[in-house]
Each structure stands twice: as C-alpha cells, then as structure tokens.
Design a protein around this ligand. Structure first.
Ligand code: 13P
Ligand code: SF4
Length: 317
C-alpha cells in the first residue's frame, strides 16, 4: 500500500472515527502525534475507566496488548482494535500462566494481586488487579492479616511492600524500560541542575526510587509537574509522557532520565512505539487487528478487574 503524508492520515482518521463511531484511547507512552489525535490520553487506570464507559462502537487502542485486552474485558460488546498485534509488553510476557499457576500453588493461602500489565490468562488467575496509580490503596483495602502474592513487577511490588508493610511474596518480573535508568547519570544531571526535581515511576529500581522527590504513575507524575512550583524535572519513566508535560506546562524544562547504556534508546518502550499514525489509519479502515478473547477467559478475567474498578471508584481514584 502506498504511504501517504501524516496530514493525510490524520484527516482520514478523524473522518473514519466519525463515520464508524470509533474512539482512540492512547497511553502517555505513545508518540506525540498519536497523543494529539486521541480522544483520550491517560494512564492504565484512567484508560480502563474510559474503556468501561463510553458510547463508541469501536475502541482503537493506541497502546499495548494488555491494555487493549483490558478494554475488551471491560467492554465485551465493543470491537477493540490494536493497530499492531506485536505491541506486547516484556513485563507482561515475563509472567506465563503455567509458571504463575505453580507459583500460586507454591505459596498457598495468599490473595493474588496482579498488576494490570499482565496477559488476560494471568488476570483470570488473580483475585484483584491494580495499576501503578492504585496499587498501594488496593493492597490496603485488603484485611491487614491477609497474605498476598504480587505479580509481575518486582519493583512495584517492593514499593507497595515498603508502603504498606504487608506480608507480600513478589514475582520476579521487571520492565526493560524502567530497569534501565542509571542512578549515576541521574545524580550527574541533578548535580548539573540542582533545582531539578527527580520524579520516578514505581516500576523503577529501589536506588532510583530512593533519590526521588516524587514517585507515581504516569498521570500522577503529570499532575505533580502541573501543581509543583518547580521549573525543572528529571523524568524517570518512558519519554512519551514528556510530550504531555510540555503541552500542559510549556514553560517548564524536562530532562529524560538517562539509561545505563546511553546508545540504546532504552527510555523508549519499543512495544509502545510499534503503533504509528499509518497503522492506526489502516486499522480503522480494515477494523483489524481485533482483540478476540475466549468467553470463559474474558469472564474469569473480568472479576478481578471489576473488583479493582469498584475499589477505585469508592476511593475516588
Ligand atoms: P501507568 O501509565 O499506569 O503508570 O503505567 C505505566 C506503564 O508501564 C504502562 O505500560
Ligand atoms: Fe511493558 Fe515496560 Fe513497555 Fe510499559 S513500558 S508496556 S511495562 S515494556
């Protein structure tokens, strides 16, 4: 197929959205052009809430597979499109259902709290789901003596354990983007710009979290840069969020936290970046690739997500 200009794709996407009553939900790690054409841009919790409540017939997910799957689970009657089926997540893929079943069997009597960054099979094995913006509150909503399994991100799990002091056994998974930030390079930047605040996603390793002025989900980091009186920020999460930070606070300065290997471009999630304007256009034209889930799996995975959504609503999150 002949490649067109991005202006052409953007115009056509707007037309197709109207024609097909479709909406585009985009994560903050998408490229700026995609964030700008989206109907809604947010973190994993806000995107799930939007997927569960909208009047569109088609949801096109500009994000990764676990996000599109969650949208399908929350809105089973809608057509959910993911413009590139290879947009996976190394963290979600680090937790395979056969292994996770064994892990649960080896740690009996524990409530299974899984991060939303998991495939649907893992959600179906879980008691309750959380995101980075509600993980602490979800764990705190459980009785104080309840023993917990947390999967799959060991850094977020460790963050939750430290915050809540609960008895938590943690799956040993990590995100390749958040693991790669260099403490040394962050501290060097801080030395060069002493008034810059270090803001960190909880998927980062403990040494990076320890030097943070603020730790939070992508939305929480964005909110922080809006409300905070500071002017400069060292941002330790995927660089896509900086597009939104610049849009909302144009006068401030943002430094992407450097990865250990300065030549690798590791502060970009290669899965998120598989989605392009052209693929979004093709996906809307062909209404493919579509997320299809086995009914039994879908309903099993729905329960723990619904539990998270209820608690989040009650807490006003
Ligand atoms: P949040 O946007 O929910 O903080 O998630 C970050 C992430 O890693 C998504 O893949
Ligand atoms: Fe997965 Fe990490 Fe990419 Fe998020 S940034 S989608 S956790 S690989």
């Amino acid at each position: 197929m002949k490649t067109q200009s991005s202006e052409y794709y953007i115009k056509e996407i707007q037309r197709l959205k109207k024609e097909k009553n479709a909406i585009i939900l985009a994560h903050f790690y998408q490229t700026g052009d995609i964030q700008d054409i989206a109907d809604f841009v947010g973190d994993s919790l806000a995107l799930s809430q939007k997927a569960a409540s909208n009047s569109a017939d088609i949801i096109l997910f500009a994000g990764v597979k676990f996000m599109a799957e969650t949208a399908k689970i929350l809105a089973p009657k809608k057509k959910v499109l993911l413009p590139d089926v290879n947009a996976g997540c190394s963290l979600a893929d680090s937790c395979k259902s056969e292994d996770f079943e064994k892990f649960i069997d080896n740690n009996p009597g524990r409530t299974v709290v899984s991060y939303i960054n998991t495939n649907a099979e893992i959600k179906a094995l879980s008691d309750i789901i959380c995101t980075s913006s509600n993980a602490v509150q979800i764990v705190e909503s459980l009785p104080a003596d309840e023993k917990i399994i947390f999967a799959p991100d060991r850094n977020l799990g460790n963050f939750v354990l430290n915050k809540t002091g609960r008895d938590i056994v943690i799956w040993n998974g990590t995100c390749h983007v958040h693991e790669e930030f260099s403490l040394e390079a962050i501290l060097k930047l801080k030395k060069d710009y002493p008034d810059a605040k270090i803001i960190v996603h909880p998927e980062c390793e403990l040494p990076v979290r320890m030097v943070a002025d603020f730790i939070g989900s992508t939305s929480a980091l964005l909110q922080y840069t809006k409300k905070d009186k500071g002017e400069k920020y060292i941002v330790a999460t995927e660089v896509g969020i900086i597009h939104q930070m610049k849009k909302e606070n144009p006068g401030k300065t943002y430094f992407p936290a450097p990865p250990r290997d300065s030549t690798c471009g590791c502060s970009e999630c290669n899965f998120m970046k598989l989605i392009t304007i052209e693929k979004i256009y093709n996906s809307l034209v062909n209404e493919k690739p579509e997320i299809i889930l086995d009914n039994d799996l879908l309903y099993k995975a729905q329960k723990p997500i619904a539990r998270m959504m209820d608690i989040s609503e009650k807490l006003g999150l």
